[in-house]
Structure formats: C-alpha cells, structure tokens
Design a protein around this ligand. Structure first.
Ligand SMILES: [Zn+2]
Length: 268
C-alpha cells in the first residue's frame, strides 16, 4: 500500500509537470524551435491591442483607402501561412517620412509611407511585411519582454488597467517594437518571412533587393527599419544568409511591379 500511494503521488507530480510544460513550452513560427513562454497567447493579443491605441493616438493614418486595402491584401496573403491561428493580424499604413515598419505583440502591423517610397515592387513590400509577421509568429516581443517585466504587469496591461506599472510595460512593448529585437530574433524573422513569401508565390529575391536598399540607407543614417540597433545583424550578413536560402528555393515568383508603380505615384 505504501509503495502504491507513493507511486500515486509521483504520477500526480509528473502529470502536473507535464501540464505545466505542455502549456508553456510552445513551438513558434514555421520550423521554429520550442521555447518556454510564460505569457499566454490571449494576454499577448490583448496587450497588442492596448499598445495599438497608443500608436494610433500618436500617428497619422494614411487617408488613401486604396493603399490601406492594398497593404492589407498583401499582408493577409502572407499571414495566412503564419503558424499562429490566434494572432489578429492587421496592416496599417502610417503617413510619415520615417523609413520604418514594426509589429506589435499579437498582430497589429504598421508601415510608414517613407519606407513604401523606397520600394519598387510588391515583392519588396512582401519582404518587409513577411519579416514583421515573422516577429509575431515567433512571439519575439513576449520572449524578449518576459525576463524584463513582471507577468502581473503585462496581464494588467492586457486588461486595460492604468497604473505606473502598466505604463512602464506599455513603454517596453512599444520600445521593443520600434527599436528591433535581438540579433537571433531578427535573423529568425528574416527566415520566417522568406517561407511566407515563397508560399504566397512572391519572388523571394525581393528580400535581397529590399535589404540591399536599407543597407545603402544605413550608410547615411543609422536609424532605418525598426531603428536598427547595435544588436541588429549587419545588413551584409542578412543578405548573405537570405541569398543562401533563396538558392535552395525554386526560382521565379511574382514581383507585382506594375501595380506597385501605379500606386506609388499616389503616395503623399
Ligand atoms: Zn525585425
């Protein structure tokens, strides 16, 4: 009896350990590694929605609905290949000279007209949107945030509570989205982006063209695209990695140059 009881307790113990890891240890992104994430996906999506209010209050949404629909259509054609079924992907063009794009936790994505002006075709747009979707799919924001801020503050933020702790958590969410992620997360987002592009039928070489242009911009100004920080992989390294990946993919795919060039004339 004693041994039976001991085994019974042991089993309960193992079960709760399994349940714990089963809930927290999740694979992220296409072919992504498993990682321990303590922040629930629903909390992350709600947190992104709170941060979205802040972004919209501080930015000018481009009034041209043709552009908004176009970016949404391209974005959703890529996001359908995201491994996350619970993410709420949305795509908004913001009017600003800044050469930037960023994603909030759980799916709201933004791109500035300054970056759209630098692009010449739809495949280049897909490269940037795919990279940003990769950050959401990989749950990079929460993975970066969880060691930095208390989970209770993140949950309070998700519920829309207003306190010094939730203000600090909100600033952290926006800070990570705008300043870029760790070097390994950037490279992972590049890799995921390429998978979505290829599945959606885009010319994967659009990534190389896009990052090539950003590399040229960097020579004059450091702060382009997620305000490239010190942890950002060097553009040359990113391009080399992308070129190596592309060689393994079937050649070709759509560039959508004509449609893009037509719309580009309408940009303010
Ligand atoms: Zn990035």
């Amino acid at each position: 009896m004693r041994t039976g009881l001991a085994r019974g307790r042991g089993q309960r113990f193992s079960f709760s350990i399994l349940l714990f890891f089963g809930l927290a240890c999740a694979a992220t992104g296409p072919g992504g590694k498993k990682s321990l994430i303590f922040i629930g996906s629903g909390t992350e999506v709600s947190m992104g929605k709170q941060a979205e209010k802040e972004v919209l209050a501080q930015s000018k949404v481009l009034a041209d609905t043709a552009w908004q629909h176009y970016v949404s259509r391209v974005g959703q054609s890529l996001a359908q290949f995201s491994e996350r079924r619970d993410a709420a992907y949305s795509f908004t063009v913001l009017e600003s000279k800044e050469i930037n794009a960023f994603a909030l936790p759980g799916g709201p994505l933004y791109i500035y007209t300054g970056l759209l002006k630098l692009m010449d075709d739809e495949a280049e747009l897909a490269a940037v949107l795919g990279h940003e979707i990769g950050h959401v799919d990989g749950r990079h924001a929460v993975r970066q945030m969880q060691p930095m801020v208390g989970i209770s503050a993140l949950e309070a933020l998700a519920f829309g509570e207003k306190s010094p702790a939730t203000r600090q958590a909100l600033n952290l969410v926006l800070g990570i989205a705008l300043t870029g992620y760790s070097r390994s997360h950037e490279l992972e987002a590049d890799q995921f982006g390429l998978v979505y592009m290829q599945k959606a039928g885009y010319d994967p070489a659009g990534t190389v063209r896009m990052f090539g242009k950003l590399g040229e911009m960097e020579k004059g100004e450091r702060n382009v695209f997620e305000k490239l920080s010190a942890s950002h992989p060097e553009t040359r390294e990113r391009i080399a990695k992308l070129e190596a990946e592309i060689k393994r993919l079937p050649a070709g795919g759509k560039t959508g140059r004509e449609t893009y060039q037509q719309l580009k004339k309408r940009l303010p």
